[in-house]
Design a protein around this ligand. Sequence first.
Ligand code: T46
Length: 137
Amino acid sequence: MNSFYKIIDFVVHGDYNGNLVALERGGVIPFDIQRIYYIWGTKFDVIRGKHAHLNLEQIIICVSGSCEFTLDNGVDLREKVILDSPCKGLYVSSMVWREFTKFSDDCVIVVIASLPYLESDYIRSYDKFISIVKNDQ
Ligand code: T46
């Protein structure tokens, strides 16, 4: 675990009626929430992502099924994280190259984001990502 990503365990309110997780600004979410989007219906071997963000922070939750994230900080981190529980969130900071794949048929991913959608925040070339990381060091 490191400052580029972390797994957050949510408080689950569960009883005989089922389960509920509540995520509030100022609670477990470490930024002001500006956007929520969700992803589903992706085939097992598709690779999504393949980009980093200049400023965006996100919490990624696999509310149904499973998928696998690869996170790369361009220096010394390239790790795989399996998301398979609605009780856990994957926090990803800015300047992390991410790819995600191995989507189960029932995979639904909800993402909580710190910024509106801005194409200018995306770094879509790995070489450019590495050069920005090197310049920042
Ligand atoms: C990320 C991973 C986890 C919008 O119009 N608004 C949005 O807020 C988003 C996120 C996407 N789009 C459009 C842009 C593309 O035409 O939806 C299409 C698919 O987006 P993209 O190819 O960026 O999707 P992923 O799954 O590769 O990446 C997304 C996020 O873009 C990214 O920030 O971290 O999910």
